[in-house]
Design a protein around this ligand. Structure first.
Ligand code: CP3
Length: 348
């Protein structure tokens, strides 16, 4: 088989024969084989076994026929390397043993030491680099999103402690952002050096901020991270997460290739807000997958028609897959996107 580089080409706004597709959280509990593995191992235990982590990464590529793999890991994993004790608790999510509340808590955070701290994940990337016939996307959580877990101690609805630190102790906040910015830059650079072919920065919860606060308290660190990584010749994706449509105009100076778009804003509007600078990725409502196939395909078609209006489009969901999604519908959707987009592109 030949290497399928349609994902990389689309990130760079180059021509493709058919649209590339991948799904955020494509390795997960909707797959019965994944659930079987989870009966024996936790997420963190899987990540410590490079052969198994590589296998779990490849499962959705084989089953769904997607055009990119995303490394099996979690946005929380690198925080262990900077000295934070956490667990991923079933039906809750990340839980931090000692949440960050003071200047001393932030001072204690140490830099990542690549060879010592990241040996398992880097070995997983090396295995995947040999095995995969599609590009490997690696990822990190963005500083706001990670900070929200570190400060709240667990998933939050209103981010009250996070915002309290941001507004009331801005020096502490910026010190934390800078430490997490360095952590993310070191982590993603190592991924690329060991074989990652693209990376995505997940800022899942930053849509909780006003555009003004995003610009003041968060964007400088995002800008810093991507500037640190500018010499790496791989596509770079920023995903500003849930309800991020109003933040898009603020992203126009970011040195990235692709912006992930959530489903509350159309791709056409998103491109306009981004001044047509970037390739876009998205944005089917993942929960639409609970509906009938005919409706899923009808709405996918509308999104594809918009996506194909300008160069640089990658089909994806507007947020991650959820455990109840149907593997059969996902496979059908992937085939539909490939077939329909190939037909449109042939007619051009
Ligand atoms: O996309 C993939 O398939 C690669 C693996 C991946 C995981 N987490 C594995 C995982 C990725 C890309 C992530 C990113 C992640 N983790 C994000 C950003 C993406 C998003 O959805 O916005 C966030 C916010 C987290 C933090 C986190 N980890 C949450 C909120 C949860 C869910 C808790 C739950 O039980 O639903 C996790 C756990 C987690 N990370 C699971 C998986 C497959 C589910 C639990 C498990 O299988 O152990």
């Amino acid at each position: 088989m030949t290497y399928n580089d349609s994902f990389i080409r689309a990130c760079r706004k180059q021509d493709v024969d058919r649209l590339p597709v991948w799904y955020m959280r494509q390795a997960g509990r909707y797959d019965p084989d994944y659930r079987k593995i989870k009966e024996n191992y936790s997420l963190l235990e899987i990540c410590l076994q490079p052969e198994l982590a590589a296998e779990v990464t490849m499962m959705p590529v084989r089953k769904l026929g997607v055009d990119a793999a995303i490394l099996y890991s979690d946005i929380m994993n690198p925080v262990a390397s900077i000295g934070i004790d956490f667990d991923i608790v079933k039906n809750i999510g990340p839980v931090i043993a000692n949440p960050i509340r003071s200047a001393a808590d932030i001072e204690r955070l140490r830099p990542i030491q690549v060879e010592q701290d990241l040996s398992h994940i880097l070995e997983t990337i090396q295995i995947l680099d040999k095995e995969l016939e599609v590009p490997l996307i690696t990822f990190a959580g963005a500083p706001f999103t990670i900070a929200s877990y570190l400060i709240e101690g667990r998933p939050s609805k209103n981010y009250i402690r996070t915002k309290t630190m941001m507004y009331s102790e801005p020096e502490l906040w910026h010190a934390l952002m800078r430490k997490l910015g360095d952590m993310v830059a070191t982590y993603l650079r190592a991924h690329v050096q060991y074989g990652g072919k693209a990376f995505q920065l997940f800022d899942s919860w930053v849509g909780a901020l006003s555009p003004r606060d995003f610009k003041t308290y968060v964007l400088p660190t995002i800008q810093y991270i991507f500037e640190q990584l500018q010499d790496l010749d791989v596509p770079k994706i920023y995903f500003p997460g849930v309800s991020s449509g109003e933040l898009l105009p603020e992203l126009r100076q970011l040195p990235v290739d692709v912006i992930g778009v959530d489903w509350r804003v159309s791709l056409t509007e998103a491109r306009k807000r981004l001044d047509y600078k970037y390739a876009v990725q998205g944005n089917l409502d993942p929960y639409l997958l609970t509906g009938p196939s005919s409706l899923i395909h009808e709405q996918a078609k509308l999104i594809i028609d918009e996506g194909l209006q300008d160069p640089g489009y990658i089909f994806n969901l507007g947020h991650g897959l959820f455990p109840e999604a149907s593997i059969d519908k996902l496979k059908e959707l992937t085939d539909y996107v490939h077939e329909y987009s190939a037909k449109v592109l042939r007619q051009r």
